[in-house]
Design a protein around this ligand. Sequence first.
Ligand code: PLP
Length: 370
Amino acid sequence: MHINFIDLKKQYERYKEEIHQAIFSVMESTQFILGPEVAQLERSLSEYTNTKSALACSSGTDGLLLALLALGVKAGDEVVTTPFSFFATAEVICLLGATPVFVDIDPVTYNMDSRLLEACISSRTKAVIPVGLYGQCADMDEINAIAASRGIPVIEDACQSFGATYKGNSSCNLSTIGVTSFFPSKPLGCYGDGGALFTNDEELAMRMRSMLAHGQSERYKHRYIGINGRIDTIQAAILNVKMKYFPSEIEERLNVARRYNEGLKQAVLEERIVTPFVKPDRTSTYAQYSIRVRDREAFVQRMKVKGIPTAIHYPVPMYRQEALGYLNIDSTKYPVTEDVSREIVSLPMSPFLTKDQQDYIIEAVIERRD
Ligand SMILES: *Cc1c(COP(=O)(O)O)cnc(C)c1O
C-alpha cells in the first residue's frame, strides 16, 4: 500500500480545474503583485476568523517578523516563547537582535506552559509568542492575562492552528496579532510560500500593511523600515480556490484524527504510546497527528519497512540548535521539552487519507513486539 505523509497530490487532483483557471486568470491580467485576488483573499481571511484586519504576506516567518517589527521589538529586548516549535518562531526574534526567552512546555498539550510564563517575564520583555503546536491553541486566556497585567502584547504563532477554535473564537483572533502560514504542507497551503497577519488594532494593521511593502506610506515615500513581504497574486488566487473547501477539509482532518484515536486506544491504555490530547474548550486542526513512543528510532524503522512515512516535529529544541548556541542556555531548565522531543513522532495526516490506509497504519502502530 502506498501512503504519502501529506497527500498534496490528491488535493490538487480534486481542485485542478478551478486552480488552473485561477492561475491563468492572474497570468492574463498580468497583475502579479497585489492583484485583486489578494484583496479578495484578505476579505475571506478576515471573515473566516472574524478579525477586523487580515493582511496576506509572503510567509509565516515574514508574518512573525512583521509583527515584531510593528511592535517595535529591537536589539536588547526580550521576547518570551516556546522552545518546542519550528525554528522560525525563535529565529525572527534573533534576527532583530532581541533575545528569545524560553518557557518549558505543558506535558499534556506540548504548548507553552502558562503556569511557568510569569517567571520568564522581565522588564525587558517586549512580546510573548505562544504557538498553537500541531494545530491546538495554547492557553491563550491565561497567557493574555499575564501579558496584559504587564502591558505586553501577545503574538499568536498560528502557523499550524489556522482553522482551530479556542472557547468558540477563531485561532488568529485571540491576541494582539495572529500570524499564520500557507506553506504547502500546512492545513491551508498554497503552491509556494505565503502567510497572513491578523489584528483588530487599526494602528498596528496600518503599520504592518506599510511594513510589508518596504514601509511605504505612498509610492516611493518610506515612513518605516520594512521588508518585501507581499504575497504573490498567483498564490492568493490558489488560496481563494482552496479557502472554499477548507472548512470541509478541517472536518475531514477531525474524522481522520478520531479514527486514529479510536484505533490506537488500546495501545494507549497499555501505556505503549501517548496520543494527542486536545483540551475540551478548543479544537485542533491536526496540522500534525503526533504520538509519543518509547523507542522512537525502532518505531520509525518499523514503520519504514511497512512503507509508512513518519516525520519528527521537532527532534531538536530551540536551545539545542547550533545557531542559538550563543545564548548558552542550560537544557536542564526544560525537562518536559527534553522528554517530548525524544519521544514524539508524527503519523501520516491529510483529509484524503483513506480508511484502508488508516487501518493499515493503525495495525502497524499497535502491533505487539513481545
Ligand atoms: C511553518 C511554521 C512557521 C513558518 O512558516 P513559513 O510560512 O514556512 O515561513 C512558523 N512557525 C510555526 C509554528 C510553523 O509551523
